[in-house]
Design a protein around this ligand. Sequence first.
Ligand code: C5P
Length: 232
Amino acid sequence: MGKDVIIACDFPSAVECFAFLDRFHEEKPYVKIGMELFYAAGPEIVRAIKERGHKIFLDLKLHDIPNTVKSAMRVLRDLQVDLCNLHAAGTRAMMEAALEGLTRPDGTRPLLIAVTQLTSTDAQSMRDEILIDRPLDEVVMRYAHNAKQAGLDGVVCSPLEAGKVHQVCGTEFLTVTPGVRFADSDAADQKRVTTPARAREIGSDYIVVGRPVTRAADPVAAYRACAQDFIG
Ligand code: C5P
């Protein structure tokens, strides 16, 4: 499994996203399109970025009844994204339905991963607000196990949890990890964070980096620094 850095292109419009991507002349970074850009620019943005030669992680984090998720995934599979996701909290039945919807008649499909617990969630908010008393680590591992049982390809988790997910679900099971910060950068709303180099040591397969690259004075240099630390 090749490691890679995925840039979270959290922009409010296609124009701003393309202005950002236009700065890259030598590399074609793996791009994450999240809710903000997708809702602003629509499915056309996926086709346009794909046409420019980037791989795409469409991060829409689906969570609904199984039939609705299955139908939505059927639409996403035809957008030819490389990677997409849903919330593991939607249960195994929902994840299995999603896989069904995502699989093309010829058996091929984009990769599908499950969000375990958002990296902005900490143990206290889980306990006090969503009434989950079990240790955060145990919840993440159980959700990862459920995703594996449902036939998914991996999970989104904190880089701090990637090693343990691989122990529980195997090294082939993908760990895609946001919550990455340079040692000297602001964590903002992220809580379970670490650096690209540490994410590599712990065993993340892909790191997702947003603001440390998109808001850097020199985004290309920031991306290269990330890739250097993470991939070597
Ligand atoms: O700017 P920053 O590096 O925090 O961006 C992280 C990206 O990863 C955001 O687009 C966020 O939506 C996404 N993400 C996350 N935690 C998850 C899943 C996705 O932060 N569990």
